[in-house]
Write a protein that binds this ligand. Structure first.
Ligand code: ZN
Length: 252
């Protein structure tokens, strides 16, 4: 993967305007890694988000800023943190075929990827969504038999036969095995002392920054093209410092 140039990022932004947040994330990584979007969609959600965080760092630097409201008193908090604060220590191949033991069942499953998340997005029923997610990610379930039959100690089981609590526990465990997909920031309200956690989702966060950035770049391009008659691509290929220098010249 490499950093996207200004014209490349603008191009992804323009194409991504009509797409879903998940699709936008995949488009960014796919462009930066020069790989088909289908390959990007097969990354586990955590690996996908780790790549997005790297891209964000390359594009806008290591400092991140966000705002949050205290759920108890409504106080507005300005958050400032670094990419390294929300980066989970990379695992060599996280969650490839994690083994989960719950209530006498043994499950082997991989971490969910973007294709799995797209597939379950339509479900209104959370339990049905979790069941389908597990079904997609599962390679094997076995149930320990009573030790009366020593010849075959396990019997194969299907997802339909699993109780809800086993499904819930298994989905929790595979999420824990891919922690970059579920990053939480601990907050404390300076006004009332309330403490809580917020989910940090790099996909929508990065996209909203790109959206603001793209509109600023296009306005600057308009200003420079109007003043100097330069081609759009020539202006976009300038370093930000050089663009800013000419903008300063125009504003005197
Ligand atoms: Zn508060």
């Amino acid at each position: 993967m490499r950093a996207l140039t200004t014209p490349e990022m603008l191009e992804v932004w323009e194409r991504g305007l009509a797409e879903s947040p998940l699709q936008r994330s995949l488009m960014l990584i796919s462009a930066a890694a020069a790989e088909p979007i289908e390959a990007t969609a097969r990354l586990s959600a955590g690996r996908r988000d780790a790549r997005l965080l790297t891209l964000r760092e390359w594009a806008f630097g290591p400092h991140l800023a966000a705002v949050a409201s205290c759920p108890r008193c409504g106080e507005r908090l300005e958050l400032s943190f670094r990419a390294s604060d929300v980066r989970v220590e990379a695992e060599p191949e996280p969650a490839e075929m994690a083994r989960v033991e719950v209530a006498g069942y043994e499950l082997r499953c991989r971490a969910p990827n973007s294709l799995d998340l797209i597939a379950i997005a339509g479900h209104r029923d959370r339990a049905a969504a979790r069941r389908q997610l597990l079904e997609r990610c599962l390679s094997e379930i076995t149930r320990e038999r009573a030790p009366v039959t020593p010849v075959t100690p396990v019997t194969p089981v299907t997802v339909d036969q699993l109780p809800d609590e086993v499904i819930d526990a298994a989905v929790e465990r595979i999420a824990q095995a891919d922690p970059q997909a579920d990053v939480r920031i601990a907050l404390s309200c300076p006004q009332c002392g309330h403490q809580w956690q917020v989910l940090f989702d790099i996909g929508p966060f990065f996209w909203s920054e790109i959206h603001v950035w793209a509109q600023r770049i296009l306005r600057e391009t308009h200003t420079l093209a109007s003043a100097y008659g330069w081609r759009e691509m020539d202006i976009l290929m300038m370093s930000p410092w050089r663009r800013q220098f000419y903008l300063n010249c125009i504003s005197g």
